[in-house]
Write a protein that binds this ligand. Structure first.
Ligand code: SAM
Length: 227
């Protein structure tokens, strides 16, 4: 049994409140680059049983479906409203409303676990990483796709303006949620840097851990294998 703490509940409520406009804003604010990032992350996976953690509206699962023949797909999320949209979009997938910190699955069942733009929001990241390792088969891969802070100074400044001024303005206008799109850049700032995340994955027991930057370091993919 896992008790959701206050922060988990607030995060679930926030995502539920923006769920109707989530897809529109996601693609609009990233100029559709988010789709390419997800495709890159998924290209690291191998057949055939997949868990998408913090699946949201199911875009990762849609990409997995395009790439693999008859994959077995499970998506989990804290927000029931996000999951309702995912269920309509991804035929044949199964969905469970549960936190990443407590996965209701047996040990050693998945070939791949993916979490895209979700780990930043997870309250207890270490417990979540242990859970990802537990449910993966030996040789299975964990792929994390997450925003980070661009390394290039000029691009970094541009990105700061974009994410702290422009994005909250458009986000508020379309989603009508005052806080969600100011929370996003703040949560990116608070997220561990890429080396720290790599060492967290290694301490939990993943091997062959590496990361690579996407689009000047706006996003990063981290990948690790369960021994
Ligand atoms: C930015 S969305 C990402 C959705 C999707 N993966 C994508 O690529 O668009 C983050 C999602 O993480 C979910 N989430 C946040 N904390 C979570 C947790 N501890 N366990 C499971 N899901 C969580 C939210 O409800 C939200 O749907």
């Amino acid at each position: 049994m896992y008790w959701l703490d206050r922060k988990n509940k607030q995060i679930a409520e926030m995502f539920s409140s923006i769920s109707p406009t989530y897809d529109l804003l996601n693609h609009l604010l990233s100029f559709n680059i988010d789709k390419m990032w997800r495709r890159k992350a998924i290209s690291l996976l191998q057949d055939s049983v997949f868990l998408d953690v913090a699946t949201g509206t199911g875009d990762v699962l849609l990409e997995i479906k395009k790439r693999f023949d008859n994959p077995k797909l499970i998506g989990i999320d804290l927000s029931l409203d996000m999951l309702k949209i995912a269920k309509r979009k991804v035929e044949g997938a199964h969905f469970v409303c549960t936190p990443a910190e407590h996965l209701p699955f047996n040990d050693n069942v998945f070939d791949g676990v993916v979490i895209a733009f979700g780990l930043r929001n997870v309250v207890d990241r270490v417990s979540a990483l242990f859970e990802f390792k537990r449910v993966l088969k030996s040789g299975g891969k964990l792929v994390i796709l997450e925003f980070n802070r661009p390394v290039n100074r000029f691009f970094g400044r541009l990105y700061e303006f974009y994410s702290f001024t422009f994005m909250p303005f458009i986000g508020r206008l379309i989603s009508k949620d005052k806080n969600a799109y100011t929370y996003l850049p703040k949560s990116i700032r608070r997220f561990p840097d890429v080396e720290f995340l790599k060492s967290m994955m290694e301490s939990v027991g993943f091997k062959d851990v590496y990361y690579k930057a996407l689009t000047f370091g706006v996003s990063f993919i981290h990948c690790g294998v369960k021994p």
